[in-house]
Design a protein around this ligand. Structure first.
Ligand code: DGY
Length: 301
């Protein structure tokens, strides 16, 4: 099976594909009837140029830029990489919670710029993390992994999702109540038509003064303009790993001390990324053998 991958995905598993071509999607300007498998990182596939396509193996758990309904109509299987990046993403969410809450990046800048001149006893305060209330929006695998880590910081955990579940890890709240009651809010829902701008200006206004908002899911889940306005006002703090127009970040955020910015690093550990490639390749090999894919995604249409 001829497989086209949009980049050299990390780890050794890619070498198991016998007929592999590496090329960015932008370089496809004519039909490619030879290609039966496509590997993308949540990039919109040019289905019209790939008439023999059998499978799109998405490198990543989120597949919001792939038209799964159109693929299903064409009989193209779509797979993703759930499970293998939960720990990495939960760790990053916690890194952002700690960095934003304890003003770690602000401190780093003060030291580097030579601004640390007085005694430690004169430094500004942050709010304590231990004992505060963490609201988790989306209690799937990654949200639950964040809740597990929260135990170590003695956080009171609230969670919201479509259905209340039985868990020792947190108490269920409706979204609005969770936003109003939390000192820290972290987002872990996939981007779908239902979650697009789920956290709009009205909901952002429910956040407590001084609350810390963390997003490692998708920029579109929040009204980015309203979030920027809240951050510019200084009312809340944030740790943001995802943005609406990546790799562009709203210019207003760049000079703000109350926001920590990272370049979509959620799954960016060697272990997670190599495991993602492994799962991509296992899905492709399954299709090539005529077996069911390991981790297919379902059309939401
Ligand atoms: C995903 O898997 O969807 C992530 O955004 C990649 O880190």
């Amino acid at each position: 099976m001829k497989v086209l991958a949009t980049r050299r995905y990390p780890g050794p598993a890619l070498h198991e594909l016998a007929d592999l071509e590496i090329a960015p999607l932008a370089s496809l300007d004519a039909p490619r009837p030879d290609v039966e498998g496509l590997v993308v990182a949540n990039e919109p596939p040019p289905l019209q140029l790939l008439p023999s396509l059998r499978v799109i193996a998405n490198f990543g758990v989120g597949y919001d830029r792939i038209d799964v309904a159109a693929c299903a109509e064409r009989g193209v299987v779509v797979t993703n990489t759930p499970g293998v990046l939960d720990a990495a993403t939960a760790d990053l969410a916690f890194a952002l919670i700690l960095a934003a809450r304890r003003r770690v990046v602000e401190g780093d800048r003060i030291v580097r710029s030579g601004g640390w001149t007085g005694s430690w006893a004169d430094s500004g305060f942050a709010e304590e993390l231990t004992g505060s209330t963490l609201g988790i929006v989306g209690f799937g695998r990654i949200g639950a992994a964040v809740a597990g880590r929260a135990q170590g910081f003695e956080l009171r955990v609230l969670y919201t999702q479509r259905h209340e579940v039985e868990t020792e890890l947190g108490e269920y709240r409706e979204l609005d109540a969770l936003l109003a009651e939390s000192d820290l809010v972290t987002v872990h829902v996939p981007l779908t038509p239902d979650t697009d701008r789920l956290i709009d200006a009205r909901r952002l206004a429910l956040l407590r003064d001084g609350a810390c908002f963390v997003n490692t899911a998708r920029g579109e889940i929040v009204d980015e303009g309203a979030l920027v306005a809240e951050l510019v006002s200084g009312r809340i703090r944030a740790g943001l790993d995802v943005f609406v127009d990546e790799p562009d970040v709203p210019a207003e955020l760049l000079g703000l001390p109350n926001v920590v910015l990272t370049p979509h690093l959620g799954s960016a550990t060697r272990q997670a990324r190599e495991a993602m490639t492994r799962l991509v390749v296992d899905n492709l090999l399954a299709i090539e053998r005529g077996d069911p894919p390991l981790t297919p995604v379902l059309s939401r249409a």
